[in-house]
Design a protein around this ligand. Structure first.
Ligand SMILES: CCCCCCc1ccc(Oc2ccc(Oc3cccc(O)n3)cc2)c(O)c1
Length: 256
């Protein structure tokens, strides 16, 4: 891999299993020589994260719980990172959730608590994580978040998650404006659909994958490795002039 992140440390939030996009990012950064810190939500993921991390080249020892819906949990997580690592060079936010019943049917039937839950986990979490991470991120650091085109235009069944992603993408721009004076860049990767644990929550997912193969300019679906390599670029100095940006890694689908 041409990009070197040797001597750099990144926090990766949201690895659930080997299919996670967060895991694709982890593998690319590991290949680029970075030291990685992992956080997981809920101890049911701890063992699978530990087992996966053991397969990487580098020895990434810091693996911590972090419930982004709990301010104290986020504060304790970053206090532990400060204590165990000192400073970091960036963070990958790969966290989202919405109730499955809100990811199908009529958008007008969205419930108040379904709306709030989706925004709490899928959008506000980036802002509170950035608030604590900015104290640890060195000059020249970089934050990367994951989004989907359903936050820019209507994609059937994506519903409330699309509204939350629109909020996330605008949060990326406001955070870029705020943290730029500290030399911290904030960008998002808009990934094409990838089969993950999360995509099981979206009805009719297979139809979308087929549509991409038929219509996307590259006529193939997106892979976690492609997203991982773009993340490595956004963490590297090769992207030092880019902030507040959304890069589409989607075989070109967004131009249609
Ligand atoms: C109609 C659009 C089909 C392509 C969707 C691509 C996609 C797949 C997964 C994505 O991430 C999530 C994350 C959590 C999520 O909520 C879930 C996931 C599983 C179970 C559950 O109860 N909620 C739904 C999507 C995402 O943001 C975007």
């Amino acid at each position: 891999m041409s990009i070197s992140l040797a001597g750099k440390t990144y926090v990766i939030m949201g690895v659930a299993n080997k299919r996670s996009i967060a895991w694709g990012i982890a593998r690319s950064l590991d290949q680029s020589g970075a030291r990685l810190i992992f956080t997981y939500a809920g101890e049911r993921f701890e063992q699978s994260v530990r087992d996966l991390v053991a397969t990487l080249d580098g020895n990434h020892e810091i693996i911590l719980p972090c419930d982004v819906t709990d301010d104290a949990s986020v504060e304790q997580c970053f206090a532990a990172i400060k204590e165990q690592a000192g400073s970091i060079d960036g963070l990958a936010h790969c966290i989202a959730f919405a109730k499955t019943e809100e990811l199908a049917g009529n958008f007008s039937d969205t419930s108040r608590d379904g709306f709030l839950l989706a925004h709490n986990i899928s959008s506000y979490s980036l802002t509170i994580v950035a608030r604590y991470a900015k104290e640890l991120i060195s000059e020249g650091g970089s934050i990367v978040a994951l989004t989907y085109i359903g936050g820019e235009r209507v994609m059937p069944n994506y519903n409330i998650m699309g509204v939350a992603k629109a909020s996330l993408e605008m949060s990326v721009r406001y955070l870029a404006a705020d943290l730029g004076r500290q030399g911290i860049r904030v960008n998002s990767i808009s990934s094409g659909p990838i089969r993950t644990l999360s995509s099981k929550g979206v009805s009719d997912f297979n139809t979308i994958l087929r549509e991409i193969e038929e219509k996307a300019p590259l006529h193939r679906n997106t892979t976690p490795e492609e997203v991982g390599d773009t993340a490595a670029f956004l963490f590297s100095d090769m992207s030092r002039g880019i902030t507040g940006e959304t890069i589409h890694v989607d075989s070109g689908y967004h131009i249609l």
